[in-house]
Design a protein around this ligand. Sequence first.
Ligand SMILES: Cc1ncc(COP(=O)(O)O)c(C=O)c1O
Length: 426
Amino acid sequence: MSQAEFSIAAIRAEFPALSLSDGGKPRVYFDNPAGTQVPVQVLRRTEEAFIHKNANLGGYFRTTIDAGDMVEAAHQSVADFYNAGSANEIIFGQNMTQITFMFSRALARRFEKGDEIVLSRMDHDANVSPWLYLAEERGLVVRWMDFDTETYEFPEDALTKVLSPRTRLLAMGMASNCTGTIHDVKRFAAEAKRAGALVYLDGVQFAPHCPVDVQEIGADFVVSSAYKWFGPHQGILWGREELLAETVAYKVRPAGNELPYKFEPGTMSHEGMAGTMGAVEYLAEIGGKVASPRHMAAHAGKRPAVQAIHAAMDALTDYEHTITARLIAGLQQVKGLTIRGITSDNAMHRRVPTVSFTLEGHHPEALAKGFAAENIYVWSGHNYAIEPVGRMGLMDKGGVLRVGLAHYNTAGEVDQFLAALHGQLK
Ligand SMILES: Cc1ncc(COP(=O)(O)O)c(C=O)c1O
């Protein structure tokens, strides 16, 4: 058994759901862009929160004090995940969509009639609709950053073309939940910041696959969802501390004004925060098993907790590239099949392992049903990526069939998927 296979076997053992089967057919989870499975550390942390730390915050008795400590630790663990400078910059919420609606509301006071905002044609609707409402309410002009439908990437001048002296916001994704393309957000963020705009990044599809370093990216906000990176259903926003401090939060009067809590109104999901911390702990822990000295060296200088997490993510990325390349190579053998994303073997670093395709004569929904019959879990349709799916002219054709791999998937599962696809073509 090779080292990689050994590591994957050890990793899979951490996820109870991965060993389940139905009627003798193992469950093949290729629905990861929609939501991932969770390791035991998430279950342990969640259980611990319910049994030992189940109380509201701010009191004098044992459970309230322990719950408070746990909530603080959870913010710090996500600060490590994002390499944030402070836990004050980490805001938990129900999910990315609700957080983005909340922040579009909170930021609204900064915008005046005639100001411009830039949205992207590659984005999930959760980073589009909240800003469209904002634009409608405040009389803002919406400009669209467009991608190349041949290369599935933004041309270098995509932002330059739509920036103006009145641009106040750039909202874009870090990786697409449809094409899988990773965008050069560092460059686009720098360009938008030079023009005086705020930068709000959707990291939902990037964070499960690559290290997120908010200090390096240079944006103002980065948001992701823990349930896409092996945790429970939680959304988490990182925001620049001075910006969060000056932004008015929509909250009840008795609630305090300190960060990060002013943006966490009402009683939060403490068990969700605990489980999220469990997911970060899992990543840090497997770093010790899968990260090589090369991966560690790439993150030298970061605080030890961050280095462990980011080196682990890099090691998982390397592994993911191998199974993604295998999937793409297999799909390219199928006549009439078009992969709607980057395919080049040496460009795996420019995409996440989310591979969408269309197949002549086969409706994506019918294909998804065929895979479900084999206990292989994939999604079809637009998956809320209505901008890119529309831009590719696939809206009235049933969208795409989306196969989304994660680091716990195997080459064997990829082969099983390809065999099932050939089975459907007979
Ligand atoms: C790129 C992207 N952004 C945002 C979302 C919405 O995330 P949430 O379910 O946390 O609101 C998704 C969900 O699939 C997504 O893929």
